[in-house]
Design a protein around this ligand. Structure first.
Ligand code: AGP
Length: 367
């Protein structure tokens, strides 16, 4: 694997396009249709041990942390185990309580991020059990963990992470499914999720096919000095990841916010010069999200809405990007992919080298 562009295309671009294949690899051999579950041999935990887990704590940095937040929702929703994600870079500085019945999960593409590695070592020193969700085989984090799940994303070279993130999401979905099926998750729900996961590669392909429209929206966004990315509950980590990608390669100020919190402060910043990218899946929160879009629209804020076909946006003036429907719990993955393309095309429009963003390294291996 060379580090330069392929066929004149930036690495980030080819890596985004590889996602149907990398997600397929991440799933391969891990789904069990008969028992409507997942099998993650690398976990090295039997059903009794999985049932004994009382809490899940996910640790990662940057985008891996945001996907960790998506993973925490998946685990709570499917396995009904309390779960949350925390920035690994903060974890060891606050003298965390390490609990024996908590399953700690370290998530990292490179497996070399020093903050995540030191968090793993801190947990193990205090007797906690840590599993890794890691892409690079044999990396420091993979070796330091008690077991884990390899992502099989293939080598990721571009600084802005794309295909590793979508395989991280799949890794969390598989973990949540396996944990759920030794607890309360029904066969019917297990089947629903297995089918949903199997559909993802083709659905990612569909999102990628919409590149042209997304590129148009990106060009308009690139003109703004500052923008918001908003979503709520499942959509909020998607917004955080979208803002992160946009900042990294376009160098525009992009701030992620919970849609529900806008009225508690940031609405003051909304104006025709400050666009908002809103994540509005078709779910139990759609009506509330659409009401918040009206608040933005009323203040002249330009809107790009990433949503599902069938969501009624009424007379709102928006640039609309529809993604295919998945199972609700899996929606964050397909909602994330257009945000990668949005950041990519904004950066291209601004003439930036997307593979070598200023001030950033692919993995941060020193404190
Ligand atoms: C992602 O686009 C970033 N470049 C960055 O936030 C990255 O996800 C983070 O540094 C963690 O890296 P890791 O997954 O290799 O641990």
């Amino acid at each position: 694997y060379e580090h330069g562009p392929i066929d004149g295309r930036p690495r980030m671009y080819t890596e985004m396009l590889e996602q149907p294949a990398s997600v397929e690899r991440a799933l391969r051999g891990r789904l069990d249709e008969r028992f409507a579950t997942a099998h993650l041999g690398g976990l090295e935990m039997d059903a009794r041990e999985l049932r004994a887990v009382r809490r899940v704590k996910i640790l990662g940095c940057g985008s891996a942390y945001y996907v960790g937040q998506m993973g925490a929702s998946l685990i709570e929703e499917l396995a009904r185990v309390p779960a949350d994600a925390e920035a690994a870079s903060e974890f060891r500085y606050r003298s965390p309580v390490i609990e024996p019945d908590t399953l700690y999960v370290a998530v990292s593409q490179s497996g070399e991020t020093i903050d995540t590695l030191l968090a793993v070592e801190e947990i193990r020193r205090k007797g906690g059990r840590v599993i890794g969700l890691v892409n690079v085989v044999g990396s420091a984090i993979a070796r330091a963990c008690d077991g884990g799940i390899y992502l099989h994303a293939g080598p990721e070279i571009a600084v802005a992470s794309t295909k590793a993130l979508t395989t991280m999401f799949v890794g969390f979905a598989l973990l949540a499914l396996q944990l759920g099926r030794v607890r309360d998750l029904s066969v019917a729900d297990g089947r629903r999720l297995v089918a949903g996961l199997q559909n993802l590669p083709a659905q990612i392909e569909q999102v990628l096919d919409g590149e042209e429209r997304i590129a148009q929206a990106a060009k308009a966004l690139a003109e703004a000095e500052s923008l918001f990315f908003v979503g709520r509950v499942r959509g909020f980590p998607v917004a955080r990841e979208g803002a992160q990608k946009f900042k990294e390669i376009s160098y525009r100020h992009a701030e992620a916010y919970q849609m529900s919190e806008l009225k508690h402060g940031p609405l003051a910043l909304i104006s025709p010069e400050v666009p908002t990218v809103a994540i509005v899946p078709d779910d139990e929160l759609t009506d509330r999200n659409v009401a918040a879009l009206h608040e933005i629209d009323a203040r002249g804020g330009p809107l790009v809405v990433v949503t599902h076909a069938g969501v009624d946006l009424g007379d709102l003036r928006v640039e609309r990007i529809d993604v295919p429907r998945s199972e609700r719990e899996l929606d964050p993955l397909l909602l994330t992919v257009p945000l990668q393309l949005l950041a990519y095309h904004a950066a291209l429009a601004l003439g930036h080298d997307v593979d070598k963003p200023r001030n950033l390294a692919k993995s941060v291996t020193v404190e």
